[in-house]
Design a protein. Structure first.
Length: 212
């Protein structure tokens, strides 16, 4: 006989599910806000770079699955996706955005839309517009049950990694010399140049971190 969940159990289970999904949206928002905070750019290509990273992760995982099954292959695939996304973000900044940093904001906005369209349609052409799916081979149902609430081990790992990335990024921005340079550039780029801060290099690093 299947046990019916109570109203509170349903609410708590959905809260857990929302926390897992929200942690990933938070990571995407952090990368987006880093770019906006430093040059006040609404980077419309950010979501497309994120999407490209997902396809790279899928491709690398598929190539490695025969040699590195399970978590080892997943970790390598995610690392490859982060490096690729970081490189793509840097290229967009270097060749599309940097020449227009002194231009009116509308020019940057239109350029961001153009970069988004280029990345989106490039991936669509490579994948033939077909949806692709991950098959990790992990036991997605194994986990901990607290009454009617189920938290899988995969969800625990994903939530832990998201939390570690958020904490690490917070410490990087708040405690390191490069992070302080990023915050300073967000306030006054000209003053940073007078103080010897390499503004272009710091902005490029910001794009790389935000994309990764």
């Amino acid at each position: 006989m299947v046990r019916t969940l109570s109203t509170w159990e349903v609410i708590l289970q959905q809260g857990v599910n929302g926390l897992i999904s929200g942690s990933f949206y938070a990571l995407v928002a952090l990368g987006y806000s880093m770019v906006y905070g430093i040059i006040k750019l609404l980077n419309f290509a950010h979501g497309d770079i994120y999407m490209t990273g997902a396809f790279v992760c899928l491709s690398v995982f598929g190539a490695l699955s025969a040699f590195l099954p399970g978590w080892a292959g997943i970790i390598c695939a995610v690392a490859a996706a982060m490096f690729f996304a970081a490189g793509l973000g840097f290229l967009a900044q270097r060749f599309a955005y940097r020449p227009l940093l002194g231009a009116p904001r509308l020019s940057l906005l239109i350029t961001a839309i153009g970069v988004s369209l280029v990345v989106y349609n490039s991936v669509m052409a490579v994948t033939n517009s077909q949806p692709l799916f991950f098959s990790s081979g992990l036991n997605g149902s194994a986990g901990v049950k607290l009454g009617g609430i189920t938290i899988t081990y995969i969800q625990m790992v994903m939530l832990l990694i998201s939390a570690l990335v958020m904490v690490g990024l917070t410490l990087f921005i708040g405690r390191t010399k490069t992070g302080k340079a990023m915050r300073a550039i967000a306030l006054d780029q000209d003053a940073c140049r007078l103080m010897g801060v390499n503004v272009n290099k710091t902005i490029g690093l910001t794009f790389m971190l935000g994309s990764a």
